[in-house]
Design a protein around this ligand. Structure first.
Ligand code: AHR
Length: 332
């Protein structure tokens, strides 16, 4: 890949300068022929993905890989295994390879300035996908494409208000939190609290991070069930943790969806099946199929077109009150 890229760059420099001037005298407007060569050159993208922690993530990766391939782009994909330092290393290698653009799904929100400055200095646009960053320097990236996590949290809170509208006693809520410092966990937590604070009887009695993983969701739920005897609601930041938590409940003879009301986010097929079985009460969709939007946007950036700063994709809500036969297969 490296050789290919270097060869491509070299060919581009030599042909792009008419082959006569070699590395000098190559300024000014490019000719029609040069433009044609440039148009035909394969676009190379670097993609620093969070990891492979959930079915959601696998589907997200597949969607981006497929769309890049359909557009004839080369995608250098890196699975960062949930570690920011791996993503920073990946970005540095993409810069060294002189990719055309970098897609970044940041594991956590902070600590990106140095490496994004390096990409900017190399004139490589950064497009954020799925997760956002917090920075005082917004021009370090061009655009964000993904879900509105705060809105997802609000939708979860609204379901709860409706579900417990007749309750006057305290409703005890347990929160399975995603990765600490990540934008989905933060948005989902803030949005949820903004809504439930309207009703004094809702109380989050415990909030623990399961890092968006099935195994950790199960482990933490086991601990929580040991420590807390009166739990009314489980609000889980993703389906992987929810499926683990359901296993923990069933191990101790509890009936998920009845003994404890369950609200979860993502919308994987397994959780939709659990909703149909009555083990889950509400599913907030988080759409992983971002490939088309992200690749279209990247093409626009590379063509110098104006692009929106933020593109939120639509997410649906599926509840126990809906006609669940209408839900089409999820594909993840
Ligand atoms: O960033 C999106 C979240 O990350 C999804 O909800 C979750 O499944 C994934 O790990």
């Amino acid at each position: 890949m490296k050789k290919l890229l270097h060869l491509q760059s070299l060919v581009w420099i030599v042909i792009g300068c008419g082959g006569l001037f070699l590395f000098s005298g190559c300024q000014g407007a490019i000719s029609k022929q040069e433009q044609e060569i440039k148009d035909k050159r394969t676009i190379v993208l670097g993609f620093a993905q969070v990891g492979a922690e959930s079915s959601w993530r696998l589907s997200n990766t597949k969607s981006i890989k497929e769309e890049a391939a359909a557009e004839g782009m080369q995608l250098m994909y890196i699975n960062a295994e949930q570690k920011q330092e791996n993503q920073i290393k990946a970005i540095r290698s993409f810069i060294a390879y002189q990719v055309d653009a970098i897609l970044l799904s940041p594991v956590i929100e902070t600590g990106w300035e140095n490496v994004l400055h390096e990409a900017k200095a190399a004139n490589i646009p950064i497009i954020l996908t799925d997760r956002e960053i917090k920075t005082d320097e917004p021009d370090l990236y061009r655009s964000f494409v993904g879900s509105d996590f705060k809105k997802e949290g609000k939708m979860a809170g609204k379901f709860l208000q409706k579900k417990f509208q007749d309750k006057t006693r305290q409703v005890n809520i347990v929160e399975l939190y995603g990765t600490i410092g990540s934008s989905p966990a933060e948005g989902r937590s803030i949005g949820f609290r903004e809504v439930i604070k309207e009703n004094a009887h809702f109380k989050v009695i415990c909030s623990r991070s399961g890092d968006f993983m099935h195994s950790k969701g199960k482990e933490i739920m086991r601990d929580i069930l040991n420590e807390y005897k009166a739990i009314d609601v489980l609000y889980s930041h993703n389906d992987s943790m929810t499926l683990g938590a359901i296993e923990a409940m069933e191990e101790v003879g509890m009936v998920p969806g009845k003994d404890i009301v369950i609200i979860t986010i993502d919308g994987e097929q397994k959780v939709i099946d659990a909703l149909k079985d009555g083990k889950v009460n509400c599913v907030i969709e988080c759409n992983p199929k971002l490939g088309k939007e992200i690749i279209d946007l990247t093409k626009k950036v590379l063509n110098g077109e104006n692009i929106p700063r933020t593109v939120y994709v639509e997410d649906e809500v599926f509840t126990e009150w809906d006609d669940l036969s209408l839900i089409s297969p999820r594909g993840y």
